[in-house]
Design a protein around this ligand. Sequence first.
Ligand code: GDD
Length: 344
Amino acid sequence: MKNALITGINGQDGSFLAELLLEKGYNVYGILRRKSVVDYGNVEHIKDKINFIYADMTDVVSLINAMKISQADEVYNLAAQSFVATSWEQPILTANIDALGVTNILEAIRFVNPKCRFYQASTSEMFGKVQAIPQDENTPFYPRSPYGVAKLYGHWITKNYRESFGLFTCSGILFNHEGERRGKEFVTRKITDTVARIKLGVADVLELGNLDAKRDWGHSKDYVKAMWLMLQQDEPDDYVVATGETRTVREFVKIAFEKVGIKIEFSGEGVDEVGKDESGRVLVKVNPKFFRPAEVELLIGSPAKAEEKLGWKREISFDEMVERMIEKDLYLVGREIALAGKKN
Ligand code: GDD
């Protein structure tokens, strides 16, 4: 039986990965940060099957301790300040967790068990102002946010520990991956949650920033399989994980509304652009508050290497992903309304 240690276990990816590793018979250890209220987040439903360890990416002693307790054969580093917009408000915190935090966990591995295999959650945000279309493992990086810059450090230190100390370290350059467990600050979940609220009559309008941004969106459940596959290979390497399709935020909005039977037409330009339903009611507006100081305009990745070398293939289509998210949000918002009704 192998031991796996997951940092960021209560996030979206951490929860899908924990489910996958439990299915495969691993002992799963997960790092939690101490809070005044215990928050199991997305692993609440499987919390009895997980061994939790309190530690923090900025505290190397706590990570050494986590390595000792877990006796990990594989470490998956999914912990991060992962919201790009926040990285302009908290650039130092973002760097401490997303950049130096990676060195901390690598040092903990080096001291406690250098044979342990390591997965680093790298990101398509490192491509930023893209230098090639589509982006693959050889595309030069050009990050556009403090988050992207910090993640680039994490990416290179992972490679460096492989080359310097012979550690088995892999980076997965994952393009956007979404799902029913996504935080509501990210655009996809913000859209599906608000569309559900509009459909059920408890919200009037969806306010967004840049509708022209294009993203390559896959489902998190597919992407965690690629993480595991990377650590089962004979040699450590870096891989892009993507769908090879790209869509604008505007297209995502249209498709999400279609799923609840509302047809949206966009008109106007820039901050004056609006999305109206067939009766002419404005359901989508642009709010400059959601613009970013520097934007990543276009992401589209090539999964060719992951498909060929790992045998990875995505199983959940874009359409199915949006459908799942909408269905879940209709259920959650409906339950919220019913509970509020009971209280009154
Ligand atoms: N969040 C948000 N909210 N984004 C908006 C909004 C809005 O109201 N309106 C437009 N957008 C645009 C953003 O400007 C961005 O171009 C795009 O929607 C996607 O934003 P997010 O969903 O916040 O994700 P992200 O692409 O910035 O970052 C995600 O993907 C990365 C991989 O490329 C995160 O998951 C990162 O942690 C991850 O590394």
